[in-house]
Ligand binder design. Structure first.
Ligand code: SAH
Length: 540
């Protein structure tokens, strides 16, 4: 038999083809492959015989290649990326075996697979363990793909999706996101890279929630980060943990602002932090305060603390949060990006901060838990700002979560109006006679609507509207539902809590309040005014 090699040509650009792959193609007399990939190399190897069949003609191509080699023609079969990753290598080996050829005679030449070429465009999304899954169900039953997606998400692997979509299977990516969402946060950092190393190369980053609504094609590879993955400007980084282990600081003692592992520090607003603002109280001067939350409370506290002479760092999740904070005008350092717990711990352990304040949204439970734990571990004082539950509290029943409120409602009769959002969808299912007695008000988002429909709410019982709501609007909604029960979070005045409760009370509706999560063991719980006083009095 003549030479038969299976060659991974890399993503498509000549620089990313390995010298060994190039050598094999030079040596070959005939190159066999899918038309699109042959076109990527034709210019460089104009004098070769080329053999191609259409998209689904793999088997025919491979038989042809093996037979040609048997007949004495030096043959190379090519795949894009690596030939052994969703490529032709295994098929060539199988067909060779069938034809009685020793598979040891076939040379497999590795190439840079899409996970790596696309990953490099993004930065370093796959720095540790990761999972690669193809969404193509041509050769693998879809149920198995779902199982693997679930396992990878459950293990918090960064996941790379090959074959994310095609004309026949537009829904696959959305469904994959849905499965992954069970285990990963909706703001998990994700990215799509299209045409890596080829004409029209593009990449874009987004959250997992946004990815579900993205339209991607077969020329794209999708990345879904782990809980540690961060987005830093246009880079996607999954830290390996060096900074934590060896304690080198991002921008701190090293004075090097551009180190990985600290999403925010790379996104400082660039303004000078005054060392000795004239108006500072002497007592607080130089004390450093880290505030989490692009909320009204977060911005307000940052301003007050700045005035009181603290050196303030404000951590916000989004560019929007940063903009609003910048508009508020306090000359504070702003960190942008979702910080994983490991990162918060590292930042606090660095000794840069004397105190940390959690002014995140009261139901941002995940981040609040992370802040409280990290601060306790690092021995940094933590103050958690909680909104007032409201005044007319007499008639309200407090529950720790939606599940226990529903458990109670199952012993009662009458229609229930849920103002607790679509995220609790899995709990609503448990309400007895949900179809008849359950009403829900959610944000006008397709995902939210799908979730509550799946939970079993009737279309005519779903109100999609954007708050905040006036008392009149609440009254109209509760009337429409003929509600006897209202289930709501204690979302504070800002969250429209008061106008819900007042409307309910006037209509004689009983209110079930879901208590905000409590971190009192690890953090000191304060209302906004108390926190302001502590700052002003220099008692942090
Ligand atoms: N053997 C190839 C994979 C073939 S499966 C490899 O190792 O890379 C085809 C899928 O690979 C595509 O649907 C896409 O998800 C991914 N892919 C291949 N080349 C790509 C490129 N240049 N840019 C982006 N994605 C690519």
């Amino acid at each position: 038999m003549s030479m038969l090699s299976v060659v991974g040509i890399g993503p498509g650009n000549p620089e990313d083809m390995t010298p060994r792959a190039r050598g094999a193609l030079r040596e070959a007399e005939q190159i066999v492959g899918y038309q699109r990939y042959l076109d990527l190399i034709r210019n460089e190897f104009p004098d070769k015989e080329y053999f191609s069949t259409g998209m689904r003609g793999e088997l025919e191509r491979v038989h042809y290649a093996v037979d040609s080699a048997l007949g004495g023609v030096k043959t190379a079969v090519i795949s894009s990326g690596d030939a052994a990753v969703y490529g032709m290598a295994s098929l060539v080996l199988e067909v060779a075996l069938e034809k009685g050829i020793d598979p040891g005679e076939i040379e497999i030449i590795p190439g840079i697979t899409a996970a790596l070429s696309c990953g490099a465009i993004l930065g370093s999304p796959l720095s540790c363990d990761f999972a690669v899954i193809s969404l193509s169900d041509q050769l693998v039953p879809w149920e198995r793909i779902e199982k693997r997606l679930e396992a990878a998400a459950r293990g918090d692997f960064p996941v790379v999706l090959y074959n994310p979509s095609s004309r026949q299977r537009k829904e696959h990516l959305r469904r994959a996101c849905e499965i992954i969402r069970k285990w990963k946060s909706p703001d998990t950092v994700c990215a799509v890279v299209r045409n890596a190393g080829r004409e029209g190369q593009e990449s874009r980053m987004m959250s997992l929630a946004e990815l579900a609504a993205e339209s991607v094609d077969m020329l794209s590879t999708v990345f879904i980060g782990s809980a540690d993955t961060v987005a830093v400007r246009d880079r996607m980084i999954t830290p390996r943990g060096y900074q934590q282990k060896y304690g080198c600081l991002a921008g701190g003692e090293t004075g090097h602002p551009d180190r990985i592992g600290s999403p925010g520090l790379l996104q400082q607003n660039g303004r000078e932090i005054p060392n000795d603002p004239g108006h500072s109280q002497q007592r607080n001067k130089g004390r450093k305060l880290l505030i989490f939350g692009g909320t009204t409370e977060g911005r307000k506290l940052a301003g007050i603390a700045d005035e009181a002479g603290y050196r303030v760092t404000l951590s916000v999740v989004s560019a929007y949060g940063r903009e609003t904070a910048e508009q508020a005008g306090a000359p504070v350092e702003i960190l942008e990006g979702r910080m994983p717990e490991t990162e918060i711990r590292r930042l606090l352990e660095s000794g840069r901060y004397d105190c940390v304040m959690d002014a995140t949204h009261p139901y941002a439970t995940h981040i609040s838990g992370s802040i409280a734990r990290a601060a306790a571990d690092a021995g940094v004082r933590c103050i958690c700002i909680r909104r007032e539950i409201g005044t007319g509290a007499g008639e309200q029943m407090i529950f720790p979560d939606v599940a226990s409120a529903i458990h109670y409602l199952n012993s009662q009769q009458g229609n229930v109006f849920f103002a607790t959002g679509s995220n609790a969808a899995e709990q609503y299912v448990k309400l007895k006679d949900l179809k008849d007695r359950g009403y829900i008000r959610i944000l006008p988002s397709e995902t939210a609507l799908r979730k509550v429909r799946e939970a079993g709410f009737r279309s005519s019982h779903i109100l999609c509207m954007q708050g905040p709501f006036t008392e009149e609007m609440n009254t109209a909604c509760f009337h429409y539902a003929d509600a006897e029960w209202l289930v709501t979070k204690a979302s504070g005045k800002e969250g429209g809590y008061d106008s819900k409760v007042s409307a309910a009370e006037k209509l004689g509706i009983r209110v079930l309040v879901i208590r905000p999560p409590d971190y009192s063991e690890k953090a000191q719980i304060c209302h906004l005014e108390e926190a302001e006083q502590l700052i002003r009095a220099g008692e942090l």
